[in-house]
Design a protein around this ligand. Structure first.
Ligand code: TRP
Length: 331
């Protein structure tokens, strides 16, 4: 096992869907075998939109159960809830002192959110990038798997590390790098015929959807009027069905329907039935584990508590050093 530290923050919004699973989550499951991984649920970040107390608790639990069901293993990775580790907040304060309002104001995610919620442009929203930097730097993480939309936040995290090192003439913080999944993260298309799977209901299959719901959603996936001439290229809506099949079905199954497409004898109903069948088969073990984890709150709490302890230990080590560097007494 390499000792390099990987950290990823999980936004606690909604349930996991097949796109999340075949994208990031399955890659996390692999990474925990190779790296020293920290995965956390970013519930402090979610406060920028003022959620209700009962929803905060519930969504952290739901996400935890789903990640565990997907194979994140608390024996291998440290999985925790952000708000359980208050060391983060102390580092957040220090980083805020070295971050300028000009640069925070230029962050496009901030500008966009400020436009979308003009009556709630709060300071937490403004300093979102420094909280994210604190999440990362408290473990002195080297790798952070993030999507394109987080690149600017990552740039801010590097800036925070660099600036701290410069001000105090130290090399204490490594600059965290974006981690790209390369080949093993798959892009799952949506069911509504366009682009990739997103959270909207007609477009997406959630891991908690039961068999009946999965079949119904797949049968409703958008198609067209069928191929008009043999061996024609597939339009996006149809290619999407084939792409999904490529992910959950056997190569023989894909080949079978590909041939039917090419000789214009394809029946989308049959194809979707097969696709639903294979999807249900792939999802079933995960689905069962979600139900099992969700039904045992005590166990979830225990896992979260152990994760928090490990994360706090790592963060406290960093903070002790940071306090010394800045000129405070260690804890
Ligand atoms: N900003 C991330 C997102 O919206 C979530 C996040 C918070 C995060 N803190 C992080 C991601 C630290 C990586 C590292 O998806």
């Amino acid at each position: 096992m390499e000792n390099e530290i990987v950290l990823s923050g999980i936004r606690p919004t909604g349930n996991l869907h097949l796109g999340n699973y075949f994208g990031a989550v399955r890659s996390f499951v692999k990474m925990q075998e190779e790296y020293n991984c920290y995965f956390f649920i970013a519930d402090w970040h979610s406060l920028t939109t003022h959620p209700k107390p009962e929803n905060i608790q519930r969504s952290a639990r739901t996400i935890l159960a789903e990640y565990l069901a997907c194979g994140i293993d608390p024996e291998k990775a440290t999985i925790y809830i952000q708000s359980d580790v208050h060391e983060t907040i102390e580092l957040y304060l220090y980083l805020n002192m070295n971050t300028y309002i000009g640069e925070l104001g230029r962050v496009t995610t901030f500008k966009e959110k400020a436009r979308r919620q003009p009556d709630n442009v709060n300071a937490g929203l403004f300093t979102y990038p420094t909280l994210m930097a604190a999440d990362i730097l408290q473990h002195r993480a080297k790798w952070v798997p993030v999507g394109k939309d987080q690149e600017q936040n990552m740039e801010m995290a590097r800036k925070c590390a660099r600036r701290f090192n410069n001000i105090y003439q130290t090399e204490f913080f490594p600059e965290p790098q974006n981690y790209y999944f390369s080949g093993d993260a798959l892009k799952v298309p949506g069911l509504d015929g366009s682009g990739k799977m997103g959270k909207s209901d007609g477009n997406c299959i959630f891991l908690i959807d039961d068999e009946k719901v999965v079949r119904k959603k797949v049968m409703r996936a958008v198609t067209d009027s069928g191929p008009q001439t043999p061996n024609s290229p597939k339009p996006e809506v149809i290619q999407n069905l084939f792409t999904m099949m490529g992910i959950v079905s056997t190569p023989d199954t894909v080949k079978y329907f590909d041939e039917k497409w090419n000789d214009c004898s394809i029946r989308y109903g049959d194809m979707k039935k097969q696709l639903a069948e294979d999807m249900v088969r792939v999802m079933q073990p995960i689905h069962e584990r979600i139900v099992e984890f969700s039904s045992n709150e005590e166990r979830l709490d225990r896992i979260a508590r152990v994760g928090a302890e490990k994360a706090r230990e790592s963060a406290a080590r960093t903070l002790n050093e940071v306090r010394r560097i800045i000129g405070f007494r260690p804890y």
